[in-house]
Design a protein around this ligand. Structure first.
Ligand code: ATR
Length: 268
């Protein structure tokens, strides 16, 4: 039985073990997947101990995604672009670092919400780690444009400069003047119950507005977008899809996600 886990601090509330257990059952795969609490200064020791115990891989969450990128002996292209790692594979003495967050977001939008990204005007709110993690996979879908808007304009400028894509540009929240087809909230504002100061003109009835956060209730961003006619979606689908992508990386087979997402929704 192959062993996996998710490393974080805190970790008690992680839903990943439930998601991976559901995938394993569905695919008839024999594996275990646990929560692993690492001390804030003990990420590397934790990873070494897991490898010594014969673990095959681990997911990595807050606050260790940068440490995971640093400990990896090789990085996938999407992990390098993200500057962060959420999926480690322990293979032949090496540590492969990958990032499945962006693929998870893209698959949630295109497969679950059934909205194409190709040719669309896409607005990404925020320029921190969560935003950076999804830029390359979004660009690979061939949007008409991808605009990064951030409270601190200089951070958005710096992020955009790192990618150097003609499809990508930065702006401030106050510069948003016309509706976007897809608006993704990658700021951490929802955590504090705050709304990024974007104008009502950001949305129209055709807009898909997605918050990377989720909870029992719609976030303030979802409420605001919805009140201006947009279709809204929270981050639970992205959570399940990034897990499905990690499962696929590790096991070589892709689980079906809709039933798992539905089940997780009822457990919130
Ligand atoms: P994460 O890993 O979640 O992306 P981060 O790297 O600290 O966390 O980035 C947080 C992001 O949320 C930043 O884009 C931040 O904007 P600033 O660069 O201006 O700090 C954004 N953010 C946090 N709180 C916000 C708020 N109340 N309103 C708007 N943006 C906010």
């Amino acid at each position: 039985t192959d062993r996996y886990c998710v490393i974080g601090n805190p970790i008690a509330h992680s839903k990943s073990p439930d998601i991976h257990a559901a995938f394993a059952a569905q695919m008839g795969q024999s594996l275990t997947y646990e929560r692993c609490l690492a001390p804030l200064d003990g990420f590397n020791d934790t990873v070494r101990a897991l490898i010594a115990q014969g673990y095959k891989g681990a997911n990595v969450t807050v606050p260790f995604k940068l440490d995971a990128a640093a400990i990896a002996t090789s990085l996938t292209g999407r992990a390098r672009a993200a500057g962060a790692v959420n999926t480690l594979s322990f293979v032949d003495g090496g540590i492969v670092g990958d990032n499945t967050d962006g693929a998870g977001l893209v698959n949630d939008i295109t497969r679950n919400a059934r909205v194409a990204i190709g040719g669309k005007r896409v607005l990404l709110l925020g320029a921190g780690g969560a935003a950076r993690g999804v830029i390359l996979p979004l660009l690979e879908q061939g949007p008409a444009e991808l605009v990064v808007a951030n409270r601190t304009r200089a951070t958005a400028d710096a992020l955009v400069a790192q990618f150097g894509s003609p499809l990508l540009r930065a702006c401030g929240f106050g510069d948003i003047a016309a509706p976007f087809d897809i608006v993704i909230n990658a700021t951490s504002a929802s955590l504090a119950g705050d709304l990024p100061p974007i104008p009502a003109e950001t949305f129209c009835p055709e807009t898909l507005a997605l918050d990377m956060m989720y909870g029992k209730q719609p976030t303030v961003f979802m409420q605001f977008a919805s009140s201006h006619g947009a279709h809204v979606r929270d981050g639970l689908g992205m959570l399940v899809e990034q897990a499905a992508e990690a499962f696929t990386v590790w096991r070589g087979v892709r689980p079906e996600t809709p039933a798992v997402l539905e089940q997780l929704r009822t457990s919130l």
